[in-house]
Design a protein around this ligand. Structure first.
Ligand code: GUN
Length: 286
């Protein structure tokens, strides 16, 4: 059984990103990321401060706009418009979820798609579906990079994704389909989850349910990617897979923590670097 080490891979990627940013910086292009955080959801606050710290380490200029949950949608749209027109901001990220009174689609659609480093704008979603160049959401992109690093080619594999969110499941479905996999996607209404996971060469799960994937649900030699993050009552962080019992059956498996989690941030840095490179190219072409 091989443990897929997302921590080590993310560190390697972050180092490479930093090297590239140092070069850009020396010619006067400092990548910039603007983050909007609305309300005081503890998990969102933690994620945003991790993103801020990672940007600082990589040499990305970052600004975080913290707003109370009482803020109006129009005010957020106004701030986004300013960010869209600020040449020093290459990437814009609105941390989700947003408070219920805010229309998330409207907010996402207001981000200039060229600055959409989260890859959530319908322009980028559409291009991803069609297999065209686009910004790709960070967690799915992180999973693809992990498979690449461990020489796992999706072409021809039966892959079962558990969780059909816009942020993770659906982009992964398209990335893997475009890479030649046969993809099965399961969700809350799936009648018999085990029937789907059991026949898969690769099981990818991210729904936030402790021990959802048990050893009876995966075949011998399967590859298991765990995107779930759950905090147990005793403070321990676990994924959605019963790791202890599933791992011995696997050819490869990701741990939690130290698996997909660190890759998400590394991909955000890569996407922001890409946005800055696009700015440089645009400047040169003009
Ligand atoms: N909330 C949970 N995951 C994400 C993410 O990748 N990006 C943003 N913006 N919000 C999230």
């Amino acid at each position: 059984m091989t443990l897929i080490d997302g921590k080590a891979l993310s560190q390697k990627i972050r180092l490479n990103v930093k090297k590239e940013i140092d070069v850009l910086d020396s010619i006067g292009i400092t990548p910039g990321l603007a983050v909007i955080l609305v309300g005081d959801d503890p998990a969102s606050k933690t994620y945003v401060s991790m993103k801020e710290k990672a940007c600082e380490e990589a040499g990305i200029y970052s600004i975080v706009h913290k707003m109370p949950s009482s803020i109006s949608q129009d005010k957020i749209l106004e701030i986004l418009d300013m960010m869209n027109h600020n040449d020093y901001i290459d990437g814009i990220l609105v941390q989700l979820p947003l408070p219920k009174n805010i229309n998330t689609t409207k907010i996402i659609e207001a981000i200039n798609h060229e600055k959409d480093v989260d890859g959530f704008h319908p322009f980028n979603v559409g291009r991803l579906v069609s297999g065209l160049d686009s910004f790709v959401p960070c967690t799915p992109l992180g999973v693809i990079k992990m498979l690449e690093e461990y020489k796992i080619d999706p072409k021809g594999l039966d892959i079962c994704i558990v969780g059909a969110s816009d942020i993770v499941g659906k982009p992964l479905l398209n990335l893997l389909l475009n890479a030649g996999a046969t993809v099965d996607i399961c969700h809350i209404h799936t009648k018999d989850l085990k029937a789907h996971t059991q026949k898969a060469d690769v099981v990818i799960v991210g729904v936030g349910k402790v021990n959802l994937i048990t050893k009876e649900m995966v075949k011998d030699g399967a590859i298991v990617i765990d995107i779930g993050i759950n905090r147990l009552k005793n403070g321990k962080l676990v994924g959605d897979v019963d790791f202890e019992n599933v791992a011995p059956k696997c050819s490869h498996i990701t741990p939690v923590p130290g698996g997909v989690g660190p890759m998400t941030i590394a991909m955000l840095l890569e996407n922001t670097l890409q946005a800055a490179k696009n700015r440089k190219k645009k400047k040169e072409d003009n």
